[in-house]
Design a protein around this ligand. Structure first.
Ligand code: HEC
Length: 165
């Protein structure tokens, strides 16, 4: 019994470390997440979509990491929000719109099919999120985070992070 508890907490620690690393690499550990002074209306809308995804994802990662209690209703609504938002990514980016403060790489429009593919993988991962138990949540969450990460890796700029104006 004692052994089992130890083993579980060891797994928990590994899981928390893994997810924390992924969240950091997404730039999601950063509390300063405003719209960077974006003025273009459509760019603003897509940044808001992303920020809201970040909010929903944080609810689930906080629960999975034990930073807040697993509340099934909140978890379900975070999942639903991720499903809806990932579904809207395609439409939010379809028009070529830029803003000096945008973090989008223009290459996303010249690789549109690939961008769409990444959006739809993220959508699938959101649908595959399972919030019925802690184990299911922990099992299904990494694919969701990787879904965000895989698109950011290629189509979101990382080099503007230090600009403060
Ligand atoms: C198909 C591509 C794609 C997917 C999937 C994706 N993102 Fe994004 N994300 C982007 C792009 C492109 C930007 C930059 C938008 C801009 O600044 O114009 C961005 C920006 C962001 C930002 C920064 C907003 C800011 O402060 O400027 C956050 C936070 C974010 N995404 C969170 C997420 C989360 C959480 C997920 C997964 C649930 C996710 N994204 C999935 C492409 C994607």
């Amino acid at each position: 019994m004692f052994k089992r508890v130890n083993k579980t907490s060891h797994l928990n620690r590994r899981w928390v470390g893994y997810v924390a690393a992924l969240m950091l690499s997404l730039g999601l550990g950063n509390a300063l997440m405003a719209d960077h002074g974006v003025t273009n209306k459509r760019v603003k809308a897509r940044v808001e979509l992303m920020t809201s995804q970040k909010g929903a994802l944080s609810v689930l990662t906080d629960m999975a990491a034990g930073r807040r209690p697993l509340d099934k209703q909140q978890a379900r609504s975070a999942r639903k929000s991720l499903i809806n938002n990932t579904k809207s990514i395609r439409k939010a980016f379809k028009r070529i719109e830029m803003d000096p403060h945008s973090l989008a790489r223009p290459s996303l429009w010249t690789n549109w099919e690939d961008f769409e593919l990444r959006a739809s993988s993220a959508h699938k991962a959101a649908k595959n999120l399972n919030t019925r138990s802690m184990n299911n949540l922990r099992r299904s969450l990494p694919a969701m985070i990787q879904g965000c990460h895989s698109c950011h890796d290629r189509y979101k700029r990382h080099d503007k992070g230090f600009i403060t104006h």
